[in-house]
Design a protein around this ligand. Structure first.
Ligand SMILES: Cc1cc2nc3c(=O)[nH]c(=O)nc-3n(C[C@H](O)[C@H](O)[C@H](O)COP(=O)(O)O)c2cc1C
Length: 479
């Protein structure tokens, strides 16, 4: 097969923020987060590496410089050093002629696991964009191709690079690709394709136009958004800030530890006698062993006293502390990342002895329920969504809604992942308390967040539902 990538159209250069110092036979490269010392370099190797700090040098140019200095035997060593510098995120790779002012596209490594491999584009081979690759714009207005399968991002520096990517939505050979872009220089088009392949955004296809990922069971079972969310909310294949960075400190005030009351308490809930419960409750082992999901509820509904006991044991505020940690926090019965306690509890009551049916908010500070609205087609939809699987309406659906900015004010990259983990913690707490109380609990995997905002009147971006839980009395078993 003909290899058609032109070595004159792929170039390398140190990033703008990398400082290079030459000291005898050693080069020291320093970036804001890395330092690399390469010693015992021949003068020609040093010269080529120093060139990369001044301008973009093509593969052809770098090879010629080493060959002219009679150091062709050092080519492999040179590319080993280059790969090392790329892995340290100190060197960019460019598509286009090296003497052009602006490259067509720039490959930017974003993780130490980036594998620098030369991509030989073959004339008769078809290529296609991965299902996991996407284009996004950053805050400076630059556009990037990214993918959870990649350890780099590709900056689109010219519209031709975006056109090449667009054409790769279907499987095309380099010749077909060039034909769809008649005004463009063929070598330029191929250089963009080369960088897309080097970055794992585009792959060779089979004769039928299929990618390896299309038929690989591991990839087939990943949704695009799940793999992206996973890769960006864990450390590894990106260099985004991650963790408790407090990026909005002094810019935006944190959301309050306790949700400001939007609705007055209409039903103060009974409080259980905790000393008595500590004596009569079944032990942890008994509760853990008895816990099971029960979707079918009893004829006689649970009571408002049971609802009061359940919420007191699961979700009440035990203590409010001001200011200590840059933001106010509370103490509640279940653990929570950063003590943000961003989850609010809403109840859709179909049947509960002592309570009017309707939609309520649980006030965790005052341990009471606030009536928001009576039964209507939206509460009916919420109840029927929750009873899919053929069961009657549940007695109570508890909707867990996150005050998102309470977490994202402090945490970067992981805020939503943290919220979902917190939902899991609450589910487990609810299951155990409901089991200890001999009630019927069942977590749900999905609900309608738009329906929730309609019922609560909240803004989708500010407070949205992230979990649902069924609760009711158990059906009395007849012998
Ligand atoms: C996060 C989560 C989501 C769940 N989603 C649903 C659901 O949507 N519908 C349902 O009937 N059960 C749901 N369940 C209950 C599981 O089906 C149940 O826990 C599982 O079958 C094990 O049974 P067990 O709870 O009785 O031990 C969910 C449980 C969890 C923890």
């Amino acid at each position: 097969m003909d290899t058609i990538t032109k070595s004159s159209h792929i170039s390398y250069r140190f990033k703008e923020d990398v400082e290079i110092l030459e000291n005898e036979d050693t080069i020291i490269a320093t970036s804001p987060c890395n330092q690399l010392k390469i010693a015992h370099l021949s003068p020609a190797l040093r010269h080529v590496l120093m060139m990369l700090s001044e301008r973009a040098c093509s593969v052809q140019g770098m090879n010629e410089a080493l060959i002219t200095a009679h150091e062709e035997s050092m080519l492999a060593t040179f590319y080993r050093y280059l790969s090392l510098l790329i892995r340290c995120q100190m060197v960019y790779v460019y598509a286009g002629r090296e003497d052009e002012q602006i490259p067509l596209a720039t490959l930017i490594p974003i993780s130490p696991s980036f594998q620098h491999r030369w991509a030989d584009i073959q004339a008769n081979q078809s290529y296609r964009m991965s299902r996991f690759a996407y284009v996004r714009r950053d805050e400076e207005g630059l556009q990037y191709v990214e993918s959870p399968l990649s350890h780099a991002r590709l900056r689109l520096d010219c519209s031709v690079a975006a056109s090449v990517l667009y054409q790769l939505g279907t499987a095309v050979t380099p010749v077909e690709l060039a034909q769809t872009l008649p005004g463009e220089d063929v070598d330029n088009v191929i250089s963009v394709l080369t960088l897309l392949v080097m970055g794992n955004f585009v792959f060779p296809t089979t004769r039928e136009g299929r990618l390896g990922e299309d038929d690989d069971e591991r990839y087939m079972q990943w949704d695009f958004h799940d793999l992206l969310f996973h890769s960006r909310s864990r450390m590894g294949r990106h260099n985004n800030m991650l963790g408790g960075t407090y990026r909005f400190l002094h810019r935006i005030p944190p959301q309050p530890a306790v949700k400001p009351m939007s609705w007055p308490v209409t039903t103060p809930l009974p409080r259980p006698d905790m000393d008595r419960l500590a004596e009569v409750d079944p032990g942890l082992t008994a509760v853990m062993e008895a816990r099971t999901s029960i979707r079918d509820h009893g004829e006689r509904p649970m009571t408002v006293a049971q609802l009061g006991e359940f919420f007191y044991r699961v979700a009440r505020i035990k203590e409010v502390s001001h200011g200590g940690n840059m933001y106010d926090v509370t103490k509640r019965p279940y653990p929570n990342g950063g003590s943000c306690y961003e989850i609010e509890f809403y109840l859709t009551i179909d049947r509960c002895e002592g309570l009017t049916p309707g939609f309520y908010w649980y006030d965790p500070l005052n341990h009471g329920l606030s009536f928001i609205q009576g039964p209507n087609k939206d509460t009916e939809k919420l109840l029927s969504d929750a009873s899919r699987g053929g069961f009657d309406h549940p007695q109570v659906v508890i909707t867990l809604a996150a005050r998102f900015q309470r977490v994202s004010w402090k945490y970067e990259s992981i805020a939503y992942a943290l919220i979902l983990k917190n939902v899991g913690v609450i589910y487990a707490t609810m299951y155990l308390v409901a089991t200890a109380m001999d009630l019927a609990p069942c977590a749900l995997g999905a609900g309608d967040s738009d329906l929730f905002t309609k019922l609560s009147g909240s803004d989708y971006l500010t407070e949205t539902s992230v979990g649902e839980f069924l609760l009711g009395s158990k059906r009395v078993q007849t012998p």
